[in-house]
Design a protein around this ligand. Sequence first.
Ligand code: GLY
Length: 241
Amino acid sequence: AGNKVVIEEYLEGIECSVFVLTDGNSYAILPEAKDYKRIGENNTGLNTGGMGALSPVPFYDKDFAKKTEERIIIPTIKGIKQENMNYRGFIFFGLMNVGGNPYVIEYNVRMGDPETEAVLPRIKSDFLSLLTAASEKKLSNTKVEISKEATATVIVVSEGYPGHYEKNKVITGIEEITDSIVFHSGTTTNNDNTVTSGGRVLAISSFGKDIFEAIEKSYRSVKNIHFENMYYRKDLGTDLK
Ligand code: GLY
């Protein structure tokens, strides 16, 4: 949009997404996730809205989490207070792990997609109560209970996405999926059929004892889904082994 590009620093590392819910004073840290942005396997090709997500993130260990909270989350909340923003809602910290140290790539005042489809299933606390506590500035008394189970989300897209793709392809097999959660994104109905209506069509999320078991389960579930020109990445998690 502009004529100038300012290069501050080149950060080489691996990304992860960290989410907090804040009432402007206190904050609750939600499960972190890692998304896969490129359309092609081994992180090649065009950037997309996200081709999959995993939670928890193996390199987001106690030390990295502590650094993130002390160096990034706490100063951010402090800044929100100092500037009297009266912000109540989510903060999405897009981080880069550079040699064990977290760097902020981006802030968003929303959850992420497809991270949400991996993060929300792991939140065992009543979600509405969390949102109410944030809106009523009562988050300091709230504890978020997080499942020890891992989740993996595979995004099923229309071939061609994020460029040109065709719509109105009949989707079958959704009702055969019993072991995963199916989130609809680019779908609609046409004559009693579920059909594609967008680039990112479905998000398939599964639980597992670790991310690798969760990934396997999601891939097993995806095998039930059929529509013409369907595509998904088959390499989620291979970079974390
Ligand atoms: N998955 C990245 C985002 O929601 O911005």
